[in-house]
Design a protein around this ligand. Structure first.
Ligand SMILES: C[S@@+](CC[C@H](N)C(=O)[O-])C[C@H]1O[C@@H](n2cnc3c(N)ncnc32)[C@H](O)[C@@H]1O
Length: 458
């Protein structure tokens, strides 16, 4: 803890005001427990001086602190990102996987993938409650370049994992769609622009060919399937087109998309990093557009990365993605398996050998990796302990992503990532939606199923 944080802890739970840019409301928050309340601006002084809100909060502060602590420090892994090949048929400008691996790397052999999944199944059985299945997402580099092996593994372990597959869509033919949809595998595509010229600025084959039309064709094949999504990686090349992007997704009946900030772990990505203010403006315009489309048609296009921020505020433990919490989910809620059998806290680290926590099939396997020095560098990264995050009001709604980026771009784990100002604006935007009673429109229909209201004040 920073000295300031220690002093605050000694003084007992306190609330601080945050201007969220709303005409009527400001937030009062205790950043240490991620508690927040929206208060009419005219009543802020009264509440801070010991009004009913502070009093009620103090009664509950201990249980909020315990809940947040469990989420931050007591999870065990329930998912794995699998790289069945190092190779990719695309050379995206910003890819976090090293170019030499993507162009000339190896596929994982079928026997090795089967042996790996058997070992992973046994590991997850030892830490997960009976009856709950772990998630296994085929994620890199381009999984369908090793299609036969991936499909054999999905069939062999159908009863043991909930499978997903993230693909650039170029190899997703009818037979592949039939195979995956028949087995209820969730499918993620990637597309960076509403028209070819924009997509081509960042996502092309090694020979410079456009693949935009192939992804559109894959989207058409998936129309009507319940479990698919599309990722757009937001860069300086496509930022002005994000609103058109969501219009395209909505027209194609995409159920869920992600509008992710480009992770600046490797130098290629830093060349297309948008400015924080531009990122905020473009994302909020696109989110506003999804809302208008929802109101006009009754059909939601969920923007999952933003929905996760909203959920992190409304019901911290109901989060679905673990990038916005500190320590992040890497190496504790999930981990990644590289095509050579190496274990990493997250796919984002696969290009960085110092974060290799050992080999899955070697003695010790997952357990050894989770306690390795390589993983611990990531799993002990705690926003409470370094500046400026330790004094930031939104640190437990943001998590200071991403450790790989902070380490490679900004020089250490105790540094911020690439989009600090954008994350602050994003939380303010989310709080404004809550203040206006619109938050549910941006969330999964069943987001509050299984959640419990622990604090409510009129
Ligand atoms: C690494 S790819 C692997 C799967 C598949 N080849 C694909 O394109 O979807 C997974 C996703 O990560 C995204 N991605 C790659 N590098 C990234 C970066 N530096 N920042 C953010 N997203 C990135 C890609 O655009 C893609 O949506």
């Amino acid at each position: 803890m920073t000295a300031a944080a220690l002093n605050r802890a000694a003084a007992g739970p306190a609330l601080i005001p945050v201007d969220i840019g709303h005409a009527v409301y400001a937030a009062l928050t205790d950043p240490a427990t991620a508690f927040w309340a929206l208060v009419d601006k005219s009543r802020i002084a009264e509440e801070l001086a010991g009004g009913p809100l502070l009093e009620s909060y103090r009664e509950k502060a201990g249980s909020f602190a315990n809940e947040l602590h469990a989420l931050r420090f007591a999870l065990t892994p329930s998912g794995v990102y699998l790289n069945p090949t190092e190779r990719c048929n695309l050379d995206c400008t910003y890819c976090y996987l090293p170019g030499e691996q993507r162009s000339g790397g190896s596929h994982m052999a079928e026997e090795k993938l089967i042996a790996s999944l058997a070992k992973l199944r046994d590991y997850f059985r030892s830490v997960m409650p009976a009856g709950r299945k772990p998630r296994a997402i085929f994620h890199g580099a381009e999984p369908l370049m090793n299609k036969a092996t991936v499909f054999a593994a999905i069939d062999a372990f159908a009863d043991d994992f909930i499978f997903g597959l993230q693909t650039n869509g170029t190899l997703l033919d009818d037979a592949a769609v039939d195979f995956l949809t028949a087995r209820n595998v969730s499918i993620g595509l990637s597309l960076d622009g509403p028209i070819a010229a924009i997509t081509d600025a960042t996502r092309q084959t090694w020979g410079g060919k456009s693949v935009h039309h192939k992804v559109l064709a894959a989207m058409d094949k998936l129309k009507g399937y319940g479990s698919w999504s599309v990722i757009t990686t937001c860069t300086s090349a496509n930022l002005p087109y994000l609103t058109q992007m969501v219009e395209l997704f909505h027209a194609k009946e995409v159920p869920t998309c992600m509008l992710n900030t480009v992770r600046c772990t490797l130098p290629g990505a830093r060349g297309v990093k948008p400015a924080d203010g531009d990122m905020a403006k473009a994302l909020f315009a696109a989110l506003d557009r999804t809302h208008t489309l929802y109101r006009e048609t009754g059909r939601k296009l969920l923007v999952a990365n933003f929905a996760n921020i909203l959920i992190g505020i409304l019901a911290p433990t109901a989060r679905r993605l673990m990038c916005d919490i500190s320590p992040c989910g890497g190496g504790r809620a999930f981990f990644a398996l590289a095509a050579d059998g190496g274990l990493y806290p997250c796919s984002e680290f696969i290009g960085l050998p110092r974060f290799n926590g050992g080999n899955l099939l070697a003695e010790g396997g997952v357990e050894a990796a989770l306690t390795s020095a390589a993983f611990r560098t990531v799993t002990v990264r705690d926003v409470d302990t370094f500046s400026p995050c330790g004094d930031c009001a939104i640190r437990h709604f943001c998590g200071s992503p991403c450790p790989a980026e902070a380490h490679e771009m900004n020089g250490g784990m105790e540094k911020i990532g690439a989009f600090c100002e954008f994350y602050k604006e994003q939380v303010n935007y989310a709080l404004r939606l809550i203040a206006d009673g619109k938050a549910d429109d941006y969330l999964w229909e069943d987001w509050d199923e299984g959640t419990e209201t622990t604090f409510r004040m009129a």
